[in-house]
Design a protein around this ligand. Structure first.
Ligand SMILES: C[S@@+](CC[C@H](N)C(=O)[O-])C[C@H]1O[C@@H](n2cnc3c(N)ncnc32)[C@H](O)[C@@H]1O
Length: 210
């Protein structure tokens, strides 16, 4: 694997990710869109710098590992995971459109309806699961083992608490429509549903959403 390929690909993925996110927020929430809609926080920049730091350090200390065929395999796998993750997120944003606000809604607006079809019939939180897998995909693409684990732990904890709050409001608005939907459709973030106390069928078959 060449030194620049994972770095350049990550930069391109980053621009596509944030550019499209911003565009979709602008399209569906024109009145509330701002710089924060780019979702670039200090913690996020720090996470990116940690990834780049690990990448550079390993190229200096163990160049054979970074240029190995294992690193090339990680690159292809990571790129696939990142592209599928971002596609899920963008499909969620388009499908949920007016309901997909970057801040968790704490009051229901009249136009906010429960979405359970399209990509939401495969994944309960395509925007969050998409982001989760996108981050891991980028770390894998750079063949960064420490960043991969760190991103997995930090983003898992973040989405665990966020989904708990978000679902509290969704249950209060949509009641049994949401609880039935929640028990039929997984979050696709590993172990998260179990941690939230939600069980899906062990045989892998999904319950039908009414
Ligand atoms: C940042 S969006 C994320 C949506 C969803 N959690 C996802 O990952 O695709 C947050 C807003 O989406 C809304 N939301 C989440 N799931 C929804 C659904 N199935 N139907 C309609 N609105 C939903 C919540 O009320 C929240 O205000």
């Amino acid at each position: 694997m060449n030194f620049w390929t994972p770095l350049i690909t990550s930069a391109v993925l980053l621009v596509i990710y944030h550019g499209l996110d911003f565009y979709l927020q602008f399209r569906y929430h024109r009145n509330t869109v701002s710089f924060s809609s780019l979702l670039i926080t200090p913690q996020y920049v720090l996470a990116l710098l940690v990834g780049i730091g690990e990448y550079l350090l390993e190229w200096l200390l163990i160049p054979g590992f970074k240029s190995s065929s294992f690193a090339s395999l990680c690159y292809v796998l990571g790129l696939t995971v990142a592209v599928v993750g971002d596609t899920f997120r963008k499909l969620g944003m388009v499908h949920n459109n007016v309901g997909f606000t970057h801040l968790i809604a704490r009051q229901r607006r009249p136009e906010h309806t429960l979405v359970t079809d399209g990509v939401y019939s495969l994944c309960r939180h395509p925007g969050y699961a998409g982001w989760f897998w996108w981050c891991l995909g980028v770390a894998l693409m750079q063949c960064n083992p420490f960043t991969l684990v760190a991103y997995a732990v930090v983003s898992w904890r973040f989405f665990y608490s966020r989904i708990q709050t978000e679902e509290y409001y969704l249950v209060s608005w949509f009641q049994s429509d949401y609880t039935k939907y929640r028990s039929a459709v997984p979050s696709l973030i590993p172990f998260l549903d179990r941690a939230l106390g939600i069980s899906h069928r062990a045989d892998g078959k999904r319950r039908k959403v009414d």
